[in-house]
Design a protein around this ligand. Structure first.
Ligand SMILES: Nc1ncnc2c1ncn2[C@@H]1O[C@H](COP(=O)(O)OP(=O)(O)OP(=O)(O)O)[C@@H](O)[C@H]1O
Length: 584
């Protein structure tokens, strides 16, 4: 499907309006033909024929035509603008829906700046095409065809002399389009890189300042900025090569009309009035020739943007998302049966290898292991953020792959390692998964997460607005709000990924105590570095490079005196050391 056919899908819902626009367009364009003719009449009848009484009516006619034409033109321009905005509204909605549908895999490989460029600059290039370029093209084609027909009726010799020049314009336009095509793609890519750079700089502004890397960032930005400028200069250079020729050729029409037309008048093959009428129509032939170069630029910009947006809309999540499924409550029995996994972009390195374990509904599973050992990846398989490369994840004795994703995820709440809070009130953040919750419930889960105390001390309590990414809160406070948000969902499966890493031991113990009162109803996965966080779990998995090297309860693992025992001894030593350090 060509880009034009594709965009028509969004435009066609406005086709009735477009018909109205076309009618006004035809009226407006037909009116253009009148004034040059009236001018000819003034020359022939009033000036040459001395019929002075005709002057005022003819002038009034010209004014009337100009007013009606201005109004009709305004109306169809407005309709085109509305059509562009409506089409853009639907397109943006489709793109946003697609973003919600796409999975971790897509976001792992796509820069935020690139997505933002598609959502803003690219969509605007498309709006510009629908709202402006489309009727400009229509006008140009119409002017060109109509002017030739009308001119032919006045003087076919002079018309042919002018038309002889037009192939040159088409050749120049074609050459320019060919040269501009890759340049506009490069501009588009460069703009996307620039956007990504700015987005990263803003998100990471604290890191930049902490490491005093402002100068480096400015230098990096300038490189991207320079590249963007250069690409635009490349486009300008292409235009510079062709546009003067196009302009010159268009201008030559007036010279030909004057010289050859004058000759025809002298020879008596044309009246002076006819030459005036002819000149009046000349701009209609001239205009498309002058505009073609600029319109080509806009069409190329439109094409480059269409390609990027269509790529995004065509992207498929690796795991299919079915919409409109009825809610389903799972019990939370989880079995991993010889599960292995690798990321699609790194098939050589398995992140999980032959992982097997079983957790009954309501049990707590602790996962510990070195950084990068695969802990987060393992829990991500439960919510089907990825599917195993081999083996099976069973949930309530059914293959997780058989659950529609959204139905399954409705049962799962995750407290992720990298806490993200929305720039909204604390209360809205906590009830994000269940917007219907009343404030009492929100406060009760905040108490379990030991967040109530500090929230109440904030200027507006639960109505305090927190910044994007929870700016204005400490790491531990963000973790506790995020834990309250997960608990508020009342999930069958609760996943806590390093949830208490930023809180002190005392708070952690308090939270665990509160959680113990709740975990009876839900299967809980606790990923932690501190053994103290998982020692009460029904099952503890020790991961090493994607393998479960030891599993069992704390007591069983201690009795084994294996790796878990070693880690425990190390941590115990550290804690003792810390305590000595603090008492000293
Ligand atoms: N999107 C990805 N693409 C490719 N490899 C990845 C991706 N995400 C993680 N990995 C790799 O998978 C391995 C396991 O990562 P994972 O985040 O599961 O570890 P982890 O045990 O949770 O680590 P940590 O304790 O630091 O959070 C790491 O080696 C990591 O480099």
């Amino acid at each position: 499907m060509s880009n034009f056919q594709w965009i028509w899908q969004y435009v066609k819902t406005n086709r009735n309006k477009l018909w109205v626009a076309v009618i006004f367009f035809l009226i407006s364009t037909a009116l253009i033909l009148i004034n040059p003719y009236v001018m000819g009449q003034i020359v022939d009848q009033v000036i040459d024929g001395h019929q002075d009484n005709l002057l005022i009516p003819l002038l009034l006619l010209m004014i009337g035509v100009t007013v009606v034409r201005t109004i009709t033109r305004y109306i169809y321009q407005l309709i085109f603008e509305q059509t562009g905005q409506n089409a853009l509204f639907d397109l943006r909605e489709d793109m946003y829906r697609k973003l919600q549908e796409l999975d971790f895999d897509f976001f792992n490989h796509t820069r935020v700046g690139d997505i933002m460029t598609r959502m803003t600059g690219d969509t605007d290039a498309i709006r510009h095409f629908i709202s402006w370029v489309s009727y400009q093209v229509l006008e140009c084609v119409f002017y060109f065809v109509v002017s030739i027909i009308v001119m032919m009726t006045i003087s076919w010799q002079l018309t042919l002399a002018l038309v002889a020049v037009t192939p040159l314009i088409f050749i120049l336009t074609r050459l320019m389009a060919k040269a501009q095509h890759p340049v506009f793609f490069q501009i588009r890519q460069s703009f996307s890189r620039l956007n990504s750079m700015v987005e990263e700089n803003i998100s990471g502004n604290r890191v930049v300042k902490a490491f005093v890397r402002e100068d480096f960032e400015i230098k990096k930005f300038n490189e991207h900025n320079e590249d963007y400028k250069q690409r635009n200069m490349d486009a300008a250079n292409v235009s510079k090569t062709y546009l003067p020729w196009q302009d010159g050729t268009a201008n030559s029409l007036s010279v030909i009309a004057l010289i050859f037309g004058g000759y025809l008048v002298i020879k008596g093959q044309m009246t002076l009035g006819d030459l005036v009428v002819f000149n009046g129509y000349l701009w209609m032939l001239n205009q498309p020739m002058r505009m073609s170069g600029w319109l080509i630029n806009d069409v190329e910009r439109f094409s480059a943007s269409c390609v990027k947006i269509r790529q995004m809309l065509a992207a498929k999540p690796s795991i299919e998302v079915q919409l409109g499924q009825k809610p389903l409550r799972v019990q939370g029995k989880i079995v991993f049966d010889h599960v292995s996994f690798n990321f699609s972009d790194d098939p050589e390195h398995p992140v999980l290898s032959d992982v097997s374990f079983a957790a009954q509904a309501g049990q707590t599973v602790g996962i510990i292991g070195e950084t990068g050992s695969g802990k987060t990846t393992l829990v991500n398989l439960i919510g089907r953020f990825y599917d195993p490369t081999s083996g099976t994840v069973m949930i309530d004795d059914k293959n997780a792959r058989e659950y529609p994703i959204r139905q399954l995820r409705d049962n799962i709440a995750m407290v992720m390692q990298d806490v993200f809070l929305f720039s909204n009130t604390i209360s809205d953040n906590i009830s994000f998964g269940r917007p219907d919750l009343d404030s009492e419930y929100v406060e009760s889960v905040a108490r379990v997460a030991d967040a109530d105390n500090f929230i109440m001390k904030m200027p507006n309590g639960y109505d305090t607005i927190v910044g994007e990414r929870g700016v204005g809160l400490s790491g531990g406070q963000k973790q506790r709000i995020s834990l309250a948000r997960a608990l508020a969902k009342d999930p069958s499966i609760l996943i806590l990924d390093d949830t208490t890493s930023a809180v002190d031991m005392e708070t952690e113990t308090k939270i665990q105590h509160e959680l113990d009162g709740l975990t009876t109803k839900r299967t809980t996965f606790i990923i932690a570095n501190r053994i103290s966080s998982v020692r009460d779990a029904d099952l503890i998995l020790l991961l090493e490079k994607g393998h479960v090297v030891e599993s069992g309860t704390h007591e069983e693992l201690m009795a084994k005196q294996g790796k878990y025992y070693e880690v425990f001894q190390k941590q115990l030593g550290l804690e003792k050391g810390e305590q000595v350090g603090t008492t000293e």
